[in-house]
Structure formats: structure tokens, C-alpha cells
Design a protein around this ligand. Structure first.
Ligand SMILES: *Cc1c(COP(=O)(O)O)cnc(C)c1O
Length: 367
């Protein structure tokens, strides 16, 4: 048996008629940028999240940059970020000229350890970026308290947690501004690049709408120094079709996660984070296990035809791109340990029961 990590062709096959119709309609309209499909998707995604404003942009990295710009984060400001995340979270801060202040994570959530935040706050700190990693909805109450006390802005990076919630409130609605990516492999993915910035502030939304489109509302009138980063009509139409299935897909992910927890709990060589119980609704973008023999286990899975990935094998502070910051091994111990122990095993609506049973079988036979 072969178990692919991701199989986007399965989703395309299921939705082919509806997706092909979008292609026809967009071409018939032949309004390719900022037309009715983008408006409709923004409206429907806002309803899904229960947030006032959704602004479609080019990708998840741009969404973060535009969010930081909208909050006036700039040169010499400091922004607190998790030490363990996809590098986009860091790059956005760098691109607006601000300084990343990494904070180590907790083994239980793979997210930023809230107890370490306060001692990293200085006079220059302007914002905290919380990443809802792997589909976990970070409990934002503690963060919002810190933000209030120190008058900081909060940005949620929700690229991996479309539909995750805490006490029924969706990830992305706890902060000043939140950002999404619709990269094809995400829980809600386009057939190309896409992203969104969401906010409950009409004022910020107005600014973000300008920032994504050359700083302009009226054509050839440029109020801000903006970007060209617009979700396009075709991707918006496709996302709108897929949005109708996100709950169903997330439920299937949860079903698989529950099965993995049931079967893998107690195996001596596998460490699982505590299962996130209610009020947490995890959406299982990834299913990440830890093991001391990670590379050996990865190879063993591969030999048995099961695709696995590592999210991520090297934390941003040890990447060549960030050598200028002067961090070294030992700077963020949990992030570093985790990067050596984690393995993402297949999860997603493309998997059959036979396939996930096979994954568990093979994992149980690892010696
Ligand atoms: C995917 C991802 C991004 C970047 O999204 P792109 O659309 O690829 O630019 C940002 N942050 C996190 C946590 C991600 O997983």
C-alpha cells in the first residue's frame, strides 16, 4: 500500500465539475482582478469566521507584511515571534524593517510559551505574532492580557488553522489583525497562491484594501505606498467552492487524529503532545509526532511506502538567511530539540481508513 502525504488530485477529481465551472465563469466575465468573485469569497469567508472584514491578498507572506504595515510597524520596532514556525512569520517582520524577537515554544502545543513573553518585552516592542501552528488554536486570553498591559498589537498567523476555534470563537478573530494563506496544501487551499488579511476594524480594513492595491482606492490616486498583492478572481472562485467543504474536511482530519491518538498512545518510542480537548477545536493541518530516532523512523516509513515530512527541520534562527542576528545552537532549546524529533505523518481528507490503519500498523512494528 502507498500512503501519500498529500493528494490534491483527489480533491480536484471530487470537485471537478464545480471547479471547471469557475474557470468558465471567470473567463466569461473576463474581469480577472478585483471583481465579483473576490468580493463574494471575502464575504463568505468573513461569515465563516464571524469576522467583519476579509481582504484577499496574493499569499500568506504578503498578508503578514500588509498586516504589519497596516499597524504601522516599522524601522527599529521589535516584534515578538515564535522560535518554531515557518520562516514567513519572521520574514514579514524583517521586510517592514522591524526586528524579530524570537521566543521559545512549549512542548505541549508546539506554539510560543506564553510564560516567556513578558521578559522579552522592551520599550521598542510593538507587536506579538501568534502562530496557530499545525492547526492548534492558541488560547489567546493570556496573550490579550499581556497586550493590554503593555499596549501591544497582536497579529495571529492562521496559515495552518482555518476553522480552528476556542470556546467556539475562530482562530483569527482574537486579535487586531490576522492573516491566512491559501497555499494549495493548507486546510483551505487555492490552485495556486492566495492569502487573506482579516480584521474587525473597518478603519484598518480600509487601509489594508489600499495597501494590497498600490495604496489606492480610486484608480491613479495613491494615498499610501502600497503593494501589488491581490487575490485573483480565479483563485477566489475556487476558494469559494472549497469553502463549502472545509467543515467536512476538518471533521475528517479530526477523526483521523483521534484514531492516531487512540492507537499510538503508549508506544514507548513515540511522544504525543497532550490531546487538545474542549474548548479547543484543533483542525489538524498536520499530525506531528516526536521520537528520539526521527531520521531512522522517517526512513523506515519511507521503505514501507508511507510519505512523511518534517515541519520544520531547522528553526529560522539557525538558517543561513538569519545568521546576521547572531543566534547559535542553544539559543532556543525547545525549538531546536523539537526540530530534531518531529515527524509529520499523513493526515487529510484524501486518506482512507485502510490507509490510516496501515500507517498505525507500520508505526507499531518499528524497532
Ligand atoms: C504557509 C505559511 C505561511 C506563508 O504562506 P504562503 O502563502 O506560502 O506565503 C506563513 N505562515 C505559516 C505558519 C505558514 O504555514
Amino acid at each position: 500500500m502507498h500512503v501519500p502525504f498529500l493528494s490534491l488530485s483527489e480533491i480536484y477529481k471530487d470537485l471537478q465539475n464545480e471547479l471547471d465551472l469557475v474557470w468558465d465563469q471567470v473567463n466569461r466575465n473576463s474581469r480577472y482582478i478585483l471583481g465579483e468573485f473576490v468580493e463574494k469569497f471575502e464575504h463568505n469567508f468573513a461569515n465563516f469566521l464571524k469576522v467583519k472584514q476579509v481582504i484577499g491578498v496574493g499569499n500568506g507572506l504578503d498578508a503578514l507584511i500588509i498586516a504589519l504595515k497596516a499597524l504601522d510597524i516599522t524601522l527599529d520596532d521589535e516584534v515578538i515571534v515564535p522560535a518554531h514556525t515557518f520562516i514567513a512569520t519572521w520574514l514579514a517582520v524583517t521586510y517592514v524593517g522591524a526586528k524579530v524577537i524570537p521566543v521559545d515554544i512549549s512542548y505541549d502545543t508546539f506554539c510560543m510559551d506564553p510564560n516567556l513573553i513578558e521578559k522579552n518585552i522592551t520599550k521598542k516592542t510593538k507587536a506579538i505574532i501568534i502562530v496557530h501552528l499545525y492547526g492548534f488554536c492558541f488560547p489567546m486570553v493570556s496573550i490579550n492580557k499581556i497586550a493590554e498591559k503593555y499596549k501591544l498589537k497582536i497579529i495571529e498567523d492562521v496559515a495552518q488553522a482555518h476553522g480552528a476555534s476556542y470556546y467556539g470563537k475562530m482562530a483569527g478573530t482574537f486579535s487586531d489583525v490576522a492573516t491566512f494563506s491559501f497555499y494549495p496544501g493548507k486546510n483551505l487551499g487555492a490552485l495556486g497562491d492566495g492569502g487573506a488579511v482579516v480584521t474587525n476594524s473597518d478603519k484598518l480594513a480600509g487601509k489594508i484594501r489600499m495597501l494590497r492595491n498600490y495604496g489606492s482606492i480610486q484608480r491613479y490616486e495613491h494615498i499610501l505606498k502600497g503593494f501589488n498583492s491581490r487575490l485573483d478572481e480565479l483563485q477566489a472562485g475556487i476558494l469559494d467552492v472549497k469553502l463549502k467543504f472545509i467543515k467536512q474536511w476538518n471533521n475528517r482530519r479530526k477523526e483521523i487524529a483521534l484514531f492516531y491518538y487512540k492507537e499510538l498512545t503508549g508506544l514507548s518510542y513515540i511522544i504525543l503532545a497532550p490531546y487538545p480537548t474542549a474548548p479547543e477545536q484543533h483542525v489538524w493541518h498536520l499530525f506531528v509526532i516526536r521520537t528520539k530516532n526521527r531520521d531512522k523512523l522517517k526512513e523506515y516509513m519511507s521503505k514501507n511506502n508511507i510519505e512523511t515530512l518534517i515541519h520544520y527541520p531547522c528553526p529560522p534562527h539557525l538558517q543561513p538567511a538569519y545568521q546576521d542576528l547572531g543566534y547559535q545552537e542553544g539559543s532556543f532549546k525547545v525549538a531546536e530539540t523539537v526540530s530534531q524529533e518531529i515527524l509529520s505523518i499523513p493526515i487529510g481528507p484524501h486518506l482512507t481508513n485502510n490507509q490510516i490503519e496501515y500507517v498505525v500498523d507500520i508505526l507499531k512494528k518499528f524497532r
